[in-house]
Design a protein around this ligand. Structure first.
Ligand SMILES: [Fe+2]
Length: 286
C-alpha cells in the first residue's frame, strides 16, 4: 500500500455484540476479538442487569456504534433528538465512532428493512446535507455504509457514482460492507470487484463481513444469518490486497452457531489480515 498511513478507529477483527451472544461471551471473553459494535438504539437508556452486562463489554473491548434507525435518506425531518442521544451515549461510554446505513427505513424509522435512496443528483444533495447536519450535532465525523437493496428506485446515477458523490459532498467516511457488495453484484448483475476497487481508500474506516441467504442463483438475501460465503471471503482477500489490512467486523444477527464457529470466522479474518500485511512488507522490501 502506498500513501499515508490509514486512520482507523480500531484495528484487527471485531464481532457485532448481540443480546443472544452476551452470556456465552461473558463466560469466557474471547481474546481474539479486537473490538465490538452495537446499534445505539438497542442500548440507549438501558439500565439494570442488562446495562451491567453491556458495561462488562465496554470495559473490556473498544466499541463502535452502527445505527439502525436514523433513516438518513428519508423525506421526513432528520431525527435530531436521536442524534443528541447518540452523542450523549458516546460520551457516557467513551465510544468515538458512529456509522449509519446509506438508505432510509420509512418515515417513522425502526423498520429493519433498509430501502435504497434514489441514485440521483438531487438525492445526493439532499442526503449529504443531512449527513453534514448529523455530523454537526454529533460533534464528529460519521461514516455511511453501502447497503444491500432489491429494487433500485432511480438509477440516473450508478451506485458507484451515487456513493462517491455522497461521500464527497457530505465529507463523511465510509463503512464498506463486503457482503453487501457481493449480494448487490449478484442481484443487480454488476462486477463486485469493480465496485470495491472504486471506493476511496482514504474514507474507508472499516469493513463489514456477513453471511447471506441464497434464494436462487441470481437472488441473494442479506440476512446476516449464515456463515460467510466463499465469494465474500474472496472479495475480502482482494480488498485487503488492494487497501491493506482494514479492520473488519463480523456481523451475525440470528441463527447463532456455537460461539466457537463465530470465533473461527474472526480468526480467519485475522489470518487474512496478517497475510496481507506480510505480503505488503515483502513488496515494500522489494
Ligand atoms: Fe453491514
Amino acid at each position: 500500500m502506498s500513501g499515508k498511513a490509514q486512520q482507523y478507529p480500531v484495528s484487527g477483527a471485531g464481532l457485532g455484540l448481540r443480546r443472544g451472544l452476551m452470556n456465552k461471551l461473558m463466560a469466557d471473553p474471547p481474546p481474539e476479538i479486537d473490538f465490538m459494535e452495537v446499534a445505539p438504539e438497542n442500548w440507549i437508556r438501558v439500565g439494570g442487569k442488562l446495562g451491567h452486562k453491556f458495561r462488562f463489554f465496554t470495559e473490556r473491548y473498544p466499541f463502535l456504534l452502527h445505527g439502525l434507525s436514523l433513516s438518513i435518506g428519508a423525506p421526513s425531518a432528520l431525527n435530531e433528538t436521536l442524534l443528541r442521544d447518540i452523542r450523549a451515549f458516546m460520551e457516557e461510554h467513551g465510544i468515538e465512532f458512529y456509522s449509519e446505513h446509506l438508505s432510509f427505513c420509512g418515515d417513522n424509522g425502526q423498520l429493519y428493512d433498509l430501502m435504497p435512496i434514489p441514485f440521483t443528483d438531487d438525492a445526493v444533495k439532499y442526503v449529504a446535507e443531512r449527513i453534514r447536519r448529523a455530523q454537526d450535532i454529533l460533534g464528529r465525523r460519521m461514516a455511511v455504509e453501502n447497503v444491500s437493496y432489491y429494487t433500485p428506485t432511480d438509477t440516473s446515477l450508478s451506485e458507484i457514482e451515487f456513493t462517491l458523490a455522497v461521500l464527497e459532498e457530505a465529507d463523511c467516511d465510509l463503512l464498506l460492507d463486503i457482503n453487501n457488495i457481493v449480494v448487490n453484484s449478484i442481484n443487480h448483475q454488476y462486477d463486485a470487484r469493480e465496485f470495491m476497487l472504486s471506493m476511496p481508500r482514504e474514507r474507508i474506516k472499516y469493513f463489514h463481513l456477513a453471511g447471506h441467504y441464497v434464494e436462487a442463483p441470481d437472488l441473494r438475501i442479506d440476512t446476516h444469518g449464515a456463515a460467510v460465503d466463499e465469494q465474500s471471503w474472496q472479495l475480502l482477500a482482494e480488498a485487503y490486497a488492494h487497501f491493506g489490512s482494514v479492520p473488519t467486523l463480523l456481523e451475525r444477527d440470528f441463527n447463532f452457531p456455537p460461539v466457537e464457529d463465530l470465533l473461527d470466522e474472526v480468526r480467519q479474518i485475522k489470518s487474512m489480515q496478517q497475510a496481507a500485511e506480510e505480503s505488503m512488507r515483502e513488496s515494500a522490501h522489494g
